[in-house]
Design a protein around this ligand. Structure first.
Ligand code: ADP
Length: 643
């Protein structure tokens, strides 16, 4: 039969894997056992509604068979099996989902690429080639009368042909590579035929697999020797091979917290969820309630997985009921703003026939979801208080997600999230919570001030923040695109309003100062109108500023659209037919020398005065971190006025 070729990308990855990544090659067993367990999960789920399968829960098993003479190791399951098309589709293509990233990492990392990414992108099965020179897969799919065999000796291709198999399920038969002499004692593959090695690998990686993993183990038995001439009885020990389940089968989340150290949970997370790094935390829940009892093991990752902030990312927790996996990613167990949490929920109280649609309305599930939300929130708060460095790492990865959470559902979650946010503090020179900001507010400061922009350095020089700096008030510098929206969604913290430094009134002046400013403004009405006129629609108002100290002018906005929103929308929709524009206000500092010069020119040379208006406006646009519409024109004006 003609050999079929692996898809070209698969071939490259396969070569890399077979050739260079062998230090962790023992994980192949864990990968195959995990596939077998998944296949059994699926058939077990089907068997709940199809009694023709003729298997009960106690019949499902994974068998490990070793043959020292033939040098073969076989992993068998009586799970759902694969059709010929599935053998071809599942085993002929590697890395369907994350192929590009995977390839990229392998190329960058070369031979040292982290083995954990293998599990991450659905190439688990291929790890068999790290130890085998030939892999044969015999499989009979659920509902099918005949079986098929898939054979491959590595990257040169594979064949699929008809075969025989007694029941549904799959056998993966690995013909192990030859042992090779070499440095470091060479490469020993025979160890994977050794009973003790296999036993300890199963204990190490697959102990919590729910289905029995059965293999032949040597047992010592005490044998009584009948009394001899002296009348004394004695005993000797005899070894016998017996087949038995070697894994303890209690899923890790079902075992008491005291028995399972965090490190074991972290290992479970890395292996089961294809994570590259340990999570920042594991949250364990064991709830016995009137409405519903359940166990959960939740992980707060330390790094956003590939594609996390894209539409393709599928959030959700693994949902089991009575030990049967009913959903790989159940997204109604967590609020959207905690969609980074991964983990397992297991409850005997849920109906086995629960479907995606009914899940949304399930009362018990809602109870679980609401508890889990609280647990995760409490854990994040704990980290923030007691392990701030860990929290900072988490926040780096998922802070943006929390801010999106603030904006979702019209700000309904602000109460749940406000204490978890961090923003960079001008005074502390590090991210702080709103509570920390509020606690350090000096007497007399009424508002929480924040300034949005693209970088800390520019924000530190914002002219309109000068009176705040002079008073020793702190300012939160917000540099994420959505920060301004987030701050607005929050509105206030602890009864203190959040005020944007670029938004207009800083609320610093008393009534008398305000009246004074109004009087001066009235006296300069004509000049201010002239400035507005001469800028030809670029601003909607020119006024005198109460908050500038040493800078001559600044730009603020009135109405619903802020300068930050304008900047944000212009960054995401450069070609938008109707650009979102803030109503710009040019604020002038009447005490500044430049204002005097403008006033003087207004009296003697209107054309020159108009250029001063352009100069002041251009400066303000730049310090606000915005683009000039016509930079060449601005330079011309600067040259003319300074020549
Ligand atoms: P992953 O398990 O991460 O998806 P694998 O390369 O290990 O990636 O397997 C690819 C697919 O092949 C699986 O998703 C599954 O559909 C199928 N498969 C692998 N092993 C088995 C098995 N023992 N029984 C049934 N299907 C299997």
């Amino acid at each position: 039969m003609a050999k079929r070729q692996f898809k070209s990308e698969s071939k490259r990855i396969l070569d890399l894997m077979i050739g260079s990544i062998y230090t962790h090659r023992e994980i192949f067993l864990r990968e195959l056992i995990s596939n077998a367990s998944d296949a059994i999960d699926k058939l077990c789920y089907i068997s709940l509604t199809d009694d023709k399968i003729g298997l009960t829960r106690d019949d499902f098993r994974i068998e490990i068979e070793r043959d020292e003479e033939k040098r073969t190791l076989t992993v068998s399951d009586n799970g759902v099996g694969m059709t010929a098309e599935e053998l071809e589709g599942n085993l002929g293509v590697i890395a369907r989902s994350g192929s590009l990233k995977f390839k990229g990492e392998l190329e960058q990392g070369g031979a040292d690429a982290d083995i954990d990414i293998i599990g991450q992108f659905g190439v688990g099965f291929y790890s068999a080639f790290m130890v085998a020179k030939k892999v044969t897969v015999v499989s009979r799919a659920y509902g099918s009368d005949s079986a098929n065999v898939w054979e491959s000796s590595g990257s040169d291709g594979y064949t699929v042909s008809p075969a025989e198999r007694a029941g549904y399920g799959t056998d993966v038969i690995m013909e192990l590579k030859d042992d090779a002499d070499g440095e470091d004692g060479g490469e020993n593959y025979s160890e994977f035929l050794d009973e003790h090695t296999l036993y300890s690998l199963i204990k190490k990686y697959s102990d919590y697999i729910r289905w029995p993993i059965i293999m032949e183990v040597t047992k010592s038995h005490r044998v009584e020797v009948p009394p001899g001439k002296d009348g004394k009885s004695s005993a000797t020990w005899e070894s016998r091979a017996e087949r038995e389940a070697v894994n303890s089968r209690v899923p890790i989340w079902q075992r008491p917290k005291s028995e399972v150290p965090d490190e074991d949970c972290f290992k479970f997370f890395r292996e089961q969820f294809g994570a590259e790094r340990d999570p920042v935390s594991v949250v364990r829940v064991s709830a016995e309630g009137a409405a519903v009892s359940y166990k959960a093991m939740l992980f707060i990752p330390s790094k956003a997985p590939y594609g996390y902030f894209t539409r393709e990312y599928e959030p959700g927790l693994r949902l089991y009921t009575s030990g049967v996996l009913i959903m790989e990613r159940c997204d109604s167990l967590l609020p959207e703003y905690f969609r980074f949490v991964r983990g397992v929920v297991d409850s005997a109280d849920l109906s086995l026939n629960i479907s995606r649609e009914t899940l949304q309305h399930d009362r018990q599930l809602k109870t679980i979801a609401s508890n889990l939300e609280k647990k995760v929130r409490a854990e994040l708060a704990r980290l923030l208080e007691h392990e701030p460095e860990k929290y900072a790492g988490f926040y780096e990865a998922f802070g943006l997600q929390l801010k999106y959470g603030l904006l979702s559902d019209f700000g309904a979650h602000a109460e749940n999230l406000k204490d978890l946010l961090l923003f960079y503090s001008r005074k502390a020179e590090r991210p702080v919570t709103l509570a920390e900001y509020a606690k350090n507010m000096p007497e007399g400061q009424k508002y929480i001030y924040y300034a949005c922009g693209s970088g800390i350095a520019a924000l530190d020089k914002l002219p309109q923040a000068e009176p705040l700096r002079e008073r020793g008030y702190d300012i939160l510098y917000m540099t994420d695109d959505i920060d301004d929206f987030a701050a607005r969604a929050l509105g206030a913290f602890d009864g203190k309003e959040l005020r944007s430094v670029t938004g207009g009134d800083l609320g610093l002046s008393g009534d008398e100062e305000k009246r004074e400013l109004e009087r001066t403004e009235a006296a300069h009405r004509e000049l201010l109108d002239f400035v507005k006129e001469s800028l030809g629609g670029k601003i909607s108002e020119a006024r005198l500023s109460g908050k500038l100290v040493s800078a001559p002018a600044c730009l603020t906005a009135k109405g619903g659209v802020t300068l930050e929103m304008e900047r944000y929308f212009s960054s995401i929709r450069a070609e938008s037919p109707e650009p979102v524009r803030a109503e710009r206000v040019l604020e002038l500092n009447a005490a500044h020398r430049l204002f005097g010069t403008l006033k003087e020119a207004y009296g003697t040379d209107r054309e020159r005065a108009a250029k001063y208006a352009e100069l002041l406006y251009g400066q303000s646009v730049l310090t606000a971190g915005l683009q000039l519409d016509d930079a060449a024109r601005f330079c011309e004006v600067v040259s003319e006025l300074t020549a």
